[in-house]
Write a protein that binds this ligand. Structure first.
Ligand SMILES: Cc1cc2nc3c(=O)[nH]c(=O)nc-3n(C[C@H](O)[C@H](O)[C@H](O)COP(=O)(O)OP(=O)(O)OC[C@H]3O[C@@H](n4cnc5c(N)ncnc54)[C@H](O)[C@@H]3O)c2cc1C
Length: 388
C-alpha cells in the first residue's frame, strides 16, 4: 500500500505558493472581463506555460519537469483557489498521460518538447458526440484507413479549447461496432495537428460559463496514418487509462474553488454589518460555511489519497472517482454557502461569486457526470447490478 501524503513537502508547499503568487497578477477583474466577452485567458495561459507549470507531467528528458499527479493537481488547485479558472489549461495535463503511456518514441520526440516549451499547444480532447453522450462506445465518428492516411467523418460536441490549440486528441471508431466482439473494441486515439486541416469545421458553442467550447465537423478529413496513438482499436482502453488522472485533477480544481468560496464567504460575513452586528455571528450564515469547509477538507483527503496511489502506480479507479465526486459536491456546497452569505451581492458580477458559482457547477456534470461516478462505485466497487 502506498504512503498517503497528507502533509505536503516543503517543495510542494513552495510550488503551491509560487503558483498562487503568479495568479495574483491575474485578479478577479481579469477573469470577469474575459467571462463577459467569452474570451480565452491567453495572457494567463502563456505566462503559466512560460513558467513551466503546464509541462509538470512531461518527463525531464522531453523538456518538462517530470512531476507527479499530486504536484500537477496542486498547480490547478491554486489557480482556482486564487479566483481563476484552471479549465482554460487543464486538458494539457490530463491528455498527456495517453501520449506518454501509449505514444511512440517518434511521437513523443516530435511533440513533447514543443508542448513543454509552449511552441505547440495541446488543450483539446474530442470524445463527446451528440448521439452518444456518456455512452462513449456508441460514438459515430469514423476514421478509415486509406494507404498513408485515415479519413475522418463525423461530428463532436462540447469540445473545448479547439480554437486555442494546435493539437487535438481525437477518439474515433476504426472498426464498426457490429464487427467487434466487445463494444469497447474498435475505437482508436489520434493526435492530430489541426492547423489548416481541410474539411474540419469548428463552430463555437456559447455555454453558461467561459469555456471556449465548440461543435466540430469532420467532412472527409485526411489525417496522416502516423497520428494514430498506440495500436488501432485499443483507444477506449487508452482513454480509460487517462481517466484517473483527469478525475484527480478535476477534484483538485474543485478543492481550489471550495477554498476560494469559503475564504470569500468568511471575509464577507465578518465585514457585512446588518442589524448592528456582523452577519457571520448568525448561525444561519456561519454554520453553512463551517459545514462546507468541513466537506472541502474531508474531500481533499480523498484527493490526496487518490493522488498518492496514482503516483505510486497503484490501481486507484475507486479513489479517483470518489475524489472527483466528493470534491465537486463539496465545492458546490461551498458555492451555495458563499452565494447565500452574500445576499443580493452574490448575484452582482463585480463580486466574482456568480462567475465562480457557474464555473464550479460544471464539475458536477463534466468531464464525467456525478451520476456516472455513482454508477461506477455502485457497479464496479460494490458489485451491484449494472444500469448500462
Ligand atoms: C462546458 C463543457 C465543456 C466540455 N468539454 C468537453 C471536451 O473538451 N471534450 C469532450 O469530449 N467532452 C466535453 N464535454 C462533454 C461532457 O463530458 C459531457 O457533457 C458529459 O460527459 C455528459 O454527456 P452528455 O452531455 O451527452 O449527457 P448524457 O450522456 O446525455 O446524460 C444526460 C443525463 O443523464 C444521466 N445518465 C445517463 N445515463 C445514465 C445512467 N446509466 N445512470 C444514471 N444517469 C445516467 C447523466 O448522468 C446526465 O445527468 C464538455 C461539456 C461541457 C458542458
Amino acid at each position: 500500500m502506498s504512503e498517503i501524503c497528507i502533509t505536503l513537502t516543503e517543495e510542494q508547499q513552495a510550488l503551491r505558493k509560487a503558483v498562487y503568487d503568479l495568479c495574483q497578477l491575474y485578479p478577479g477583474s481579469y477573469w470577469r472581463e474575459l467571462d463577459e466577452r467569452r474570451e480565452y485567458p491567453e495572457a494567463f495561459v502563456q505566462e503559466l506555460t512560460k513558467a513551466g507549470y503546464l509541462a509538470a507531467l512531461i518527463p525531464e528528458a522531453y523538456g518538462g519537469s517530470g512531476l507527479g499527479i499530486l504536484e500537477a493537481s496542486l498547480i490547478l488547485e491554486e489557480i482556482n483557489h486564487s479566483g481563476g479558472n484552471a479549465a482554460a489549461c487543464h486538458a494539457q495535463m490530463y491528455i498527456m498521460g495517453t501520449v506518454l503511456r501509449h505514444g511512440s518514441e517518434a511521437q513523443k520526440a516530435r511533440y513533447l518538447p514543443q508542448i513543454a516549451n509552449g511552441t505547440l499547444r495541446l488543450q483539446a480532447f474530442g470524445v463527446t458526440e451528440p448521439n452518444s453522450g456518456s455512452d462513449t462506445t456508441q460514438l459515430q465518428t469514423t476514421a478509415v484507413r486509406h494507404g498513408d492516411v485515415y479519413v475522418v467523418n463525423g461530428q463532436k460536441i462540447f469540445i473545448s479549447r479547439v480554437l486555442q490549440s494546435d493539437l487535438l486528441l481525437l477518439l474515433a471508431r476504426t472498426t464498426p461496432v457490429q464487427a467487434v466482439r466487445r463494444r469497447t473494441e474498435g475505437l482508436s486515439v489520434f493526435l492530430i495537428d489541426i492547423r489548416g486541416l481541410k474539411g474540419f469545421t469548428v463552430r463555437p458553442l456559447r455555454t453558461m460559463l467561459n469555456h471556449s467550447t465548440n461543435v466540430l465537423f469532420f467532412d472527409n478529413v485526411e489525417i496522416p496514418a502516423d497520428s494514430l496513438i498506440g495500436e488501432e482499436g485499443k483507444g477506449f482502453a487508452y482513454i480509460l487509462d487517462g481517466m484517473n488522472a483527469e478525475r484527480i485533477l478535476v477534484a483538485a480544481e474543485s478543492v481550489g474553488d471550495g477554498r476560494w468560496f469559503i475564504e470569500k464567504a468568511v471575509q464577507y460575513s465578518k465585514d457585512r454589518v446588518i442589524f448592528g452586528k456582523a452577519i457571520g455571528a448568525n448561525q444561519g450564515v456561519q454554520f453553512p460555511i463551517a459545514k462546507a469547509h468541513m466537506s472541502v477538507e474531508a474531500a481533499d483527503l480523498m484527493r490526496l489519497k487518490a493522488a498518492a496511489m496514482f503516483d505510486a502506480g497503484e490501481p486507484c479507479g475507486a479513489e479517483a472517482n470518489i475524489a472527483k465526486y466528493l470534491c465537486a459536491e463539496a465545492a458546490w456546497e461551498a458555492a451555495n454557502a458563499c452565494l447565500d452569505c452574500h445576499g443580493g451581492y452574490g448575484f452582482a458580477a463585480e463580486y466574482d461569486v456568480e462567475r465562480k458559482f457557474r464555473e464550479t457547477r460544471l464539475y458536477k456534470t463534466a468531464p464525467v457526470n456525478n451520476n456516472l461516478v455513482l454508477a461506477y462505485v455502485g457497479q464496479h466497487v460494490l458489485g451491484m447490478p449494472r444500469s448500462y
